[in-house]
Design a protein around this ligand. Sequence first.
Ligand code: CDP
Length: 214
Amino acid sequence: MIIAIDGPAASGKGTLAKRLASHFGLPHLDTGLLYRAVARALLDFDHPLTDEKAAVRAAQALDRVHLDESRLRGREMGEAASVVAAIPAVRSALVDWQRAFARRPEGAVLDGRDIGTVICPDADVKIFVTATPEERARRRFRELAGRGEDVTLDAVLDDIRKRDARDSGRSTAPLVAAADARLLDTTTLDIEQAFKAAVAFVDGAGRDGAKAKS
Ligand code: CDP
């Protein structure tokens, strides 16, 4: 079973994807980490984020070792990732990797921006997770402040709006819900409520092979 989770920054899709993966006993890929890792590689070698050749080389060289979350989660990395993610050749360089992950015999949970539309258009279940920009900014602010980053709520809201505009406005694989995705607005839901709603979507999809571990 393939579960595709898409949505804008800080909508809760990552937490949801992890919980679903563990509940259904499936491997999980946070595809945002791939774009963050490409951006990280460029910054580490002092390449501009718009250097297409260097970005494609970095994308082709990616492996699990490069997906060390601790170096990829900071505030500026989300912004940098969305710049390299707008380069079509970077996106194509990452397609096979993501599809190979999804093609495991047991299936997989992938979360990102274009999983239901481009990477796994035949996914068994597609969920598009949203929340208002203000609520997403509050969540991201709490997360960053908890990691010791010196940020303000206003600056985070500004980042979120800019990133939404860039991710939705790009020409290749823009952030958009697949026509057959279930919408999950988490603005007023806590993690547990969002998780329950998502499990109901998956169970409702009525697919075989979804064996809950617990
Ligand atoms: O965690 P958050 O939602 O803030 O970001 P992320 O999922 O780690 O993604 C970081 C950036 O990578 C996004 O703003 C997108 O521009 C890009 N991305 C993408 O284009 N396609 C994906 N499948 C995943 C991420």
